[in-house]
Design a protein around this ligand. Structure first.
Ligand code: UDP
Length: 235
């Protein structure tokens, strides 16, 4: 596969590094330099980053709070992470724009599809903050939706695991990694790639997903160069 425009999904949790909460500076800088390495090759890069290192909507219910309120808190958490990533990229002289699904006028641009496309054409890294801007969704769904909207070639889901396995590799030593798998097989085998909404969006719009280990430095570049890393999900 050759790539012209990619959507990279990073989990908020991965940003914690070894910490229990918040943003680990080294991890943030590592992600920014990985993104810079592919953006400077002329690949158009859009990024969606989660908020799990700060807040998730379901936590609100555990506290006895309102779920919808919690989801908005989660969306704001993704904006904090997006701002950190934007700043890290700018420190590395990478032009970046943050477009948010919730309007936060002083801090970032509102998400407007045409504007996102224009930024990408101009070689700016585009970060989509605040997910879709609606409760009861996840940033995986936002990644799939935005990728389809901007006509990305692929969703690259950067995780701490190096692909999709037949079972949880952290619990089952007999688990094997699939280098490639179809959408239907993922469903038949009930494998956990993304939440169902996000996964179905990709399936119905024939948008390939690659799950790969983002924490090994250089992996994003290797993937773009065509190395067979992680697991490719296609029709
Ligand atoms: N969220 C939401 N709508 C969206 C995206 C995110 O309500 O479109 C909320 C939801 O509460 C979610 C939180 O933001 O739990 C943080 O996002 P997510 O859990 O996807 O982050 P990740 O697991 O990738 O760190």
């Amino acid at each position: 596969m050759t790539y012209h425009r990619i959507l990279l999904k990073l989990s908020g949790e991965a940003l914690m590094g070894q910490q229990q909460y918040g943003i680990d500076a080294d991890r943030l800088m590592q992600y920014a330099s990985e993104i810079k390495a592919v953006a400077t090759q002329g690949i158009q890069v859009a990024v969606v980053i989660g908020g799990g290192n700060i807040f998730r909507g379901v936590q609100a219910e555990h506290f006895g709070l309102d779920r919808v309120q919690g989801d908005y808190m989660g969306m704001l958490a993704t904006v904090i992470n997006s701002m950190a990533l934007q700043s890290a990229l700018e420190k590395m002289d990478v032009p970046t724009r943050l477009l948010s699904g919730l309007t936060i006028q002083r801090v970032c641009e509102p998400y407007i599809r045409r504007r996102a496309m224009r930024h990408l054409e101009k070689g700016r890294v585009v970060i989509f903050g605040a997910g879709i801007g609606s409760p009861y969704f996840t940033t995986d769904s936002a990644a799939s939706l935005r990728a389809i909207e901007i006509e990305a070639d692929v969703v690259l889901k950067g995780t701490r695991v190096d692909g999709i396995y037949s079972a949880d590799p952290e619990k089952d030593p007999t688990a094997v990694r699939y280098p490639r798998i179809s959408f239907d097989e993922v469903m038949e085998k009930n494998l956990n790639v993304m939440d169902m909404t996000a996964f179905t969006l990709c399936k119905e719009n024939n948008l390939p997903i690659i799950v790969f280990d983002m924490n090994t430095p250089g992996n994003l570049e290797r993937l773009i160069a065509g190395e067979n890393l992680g697991t490719l999900v296609t029709m």
